[in-house]
Design a protein around this ligand. Structure first.
Ligand code: GLA
Length: 394
């Protein structure tokens, strides 16, 4: 298990292996492979990815592991420990699992398998320590872990990480039906320990890494707001962004500078204008934020994070009362430099930038303040930037 143990702690590795042996005793002595992929944090650049704009993100040190072995038929059987569920399907079956069936999690691996087309069936178990539904993209981690396992099991398949990232994104767009950009899959695939990933989504082959300054840490807190219809709302916002670009006569909102937006925004109907304003300003914030980090200006950077949240609430409309309360609680606490919602929005997590020495105290104070305001008991933790997805022989 040396391969997997180089990526996850030995307890997680041995629990994943034991789970595999319990679920698939007939394969316990076969050659076993693994895929492992982290969740991600979105630091700045909200909904900018599908507008061909800029993002700043990091992989986290929490992962999904998939251990698997080939079979001789064309059936795939996967067990998810966190869902406490197993599914079996044929490689020739294109049917999507419905949300009502309770197996919709299986659309993520199934979509990737459909993209990559392995020659035989296989069996596998998922084990994860990424909080599900918390906005740290546990779904992209499932996709990338699947791709990494397939890459290891079948050397004749695509081996290039970037192409696998794009295959995972395509699976989510075409099979799952979520019109996401590349942020989640890219960050899960390309993260680097101790670093942020800075990406121009127009040119995804040229990213750069920014070392995380030891003076500050990121804290994730879960609003526990029920985010129903998230994908539907996400796709509506996405369509509005494309409408705005068309009305401004550009391919994507990325092509509109702040100055130009100010000059030409009156051509946009009000709702679409606000949506577009968020994207144009977010792109500008990412570019300014990257410069600030290079200069060690963590206060300035934190302020940009808070501005991003205000823009989500006021212009983009992807916040909700729970997220606003969580952000307000965070920004009122000692050591907090900035706070914002993260990812699609409408629920899920916030991310706060906190002075390192305050990290743990900040988490407990935030939980208390959020409980005082809402009655909700939730979780908050300091995250570290981890490495991107990989796989190999167990
Ligand atoms: C979700 C999507 C990403 C990105 C973010 C918002 O996480 O999957 O592609 O658009 O929302 O920035």
């Amino acid at each position: 298990m040396l391969g997997l143990q180089s990526r996850v702690d030995s307890k997680t590795a041995s629990e994943a292996l034991n789970l595999f042996k319990t679920k698939f005793p007939d394969y316990a002595n076969s050659e076993l492979y693994y895929g492992v992929a982290p969740g991600r944090i979105e630091i700045l650049g909200n909904h900018t990815d599908y507008n061909e704009g800029f993002i700043l993100s990091a992989a986290i040190d929490k992962c999904t592991v998939l251990i698997g072995s080939k079979t001789t038929d064309r059936n795939v059987t996967l067990h998810s420990e966190s869902m406490n569920a197993s599914i079996t399907f044929s490689l020739d079956d294109d049917t999507k699992y419905s949300v009502e069936s309770g197996s919709s999690w299986a659309n993520y691996p199934k979509g990737v398998i459909r993209e990559l087309k392995p020659a035989t069936g296989f069996v596998g178990v998922f084990k994860s320590n990424i909080p599900v539904g918390g906005g740290v993209s546990s779904s992209a981690a499932i996709e990338l872990a699947t791709a990494m396992l397939l890459r290891s099991l079948y050397p004749e398949l695509e081996q290039d990480t970037m192409k696998l990232i794009l295959a995972c994104k395509k699976a989510e767009n075409d099979f799952v039906g979520m019109g996401c950009g590349v942020l989640d899959q890219y960050t899960s695939g390309m993260g680097r320990v101790g670093h942020l990933v800075s990406l121009d989504c127009r040119d995804i082959f040229k990213h750069c890494y920014i070392p995380l300054c030891p003076e500050v840490k990121f804290v994730i807190a879960n609003s526990l707001a029920p985010h129903q219809l998230v994908d539907g709302k996400y796709n509506i916002l996405r369509a509005q962004c494309f409408d705005a670009a068309a009305l401004l006569g550009v391919p994507f909102l990325r092509d509109v500078s702040l100055d130009r937006f100010d000059r030409e925004k009156s051509v946009l109907p009000e709702g679409v204008r606000n949506t577009a304003s968020h994207i144009v300003n977010e792109n500008d914030r990412v570019l300014r934020g990257v410069k600030m980090l290079a200069e060690g200006d963590v206060d300035g950077f934190g302020a940009l994070m808070s501005l991003s949240h205000q823009s989500s609430t006021r212009d983009f409309g992807n916040s909700c009362p729970e997220l606003d309360t969580l952000v307000a609680c965070a920004t009122g606490l000692q050591g907090c430099l900035g706070s914002r919602l993260m990812g699609g929005g409408f629920g899920g997590c916030t991310i706060s930038l906190v002075r390192s020495e305050e990290g743990e105290i900040f988490c407990s104070a935030l939980l208390q303040a959020y409980h005082d305001h809402t009655g909700i008991s939730t979780t908050a933790f300091v995250v570290s930037a981890g490495d991107g997805a990989t796989g190999g022989l167990l």
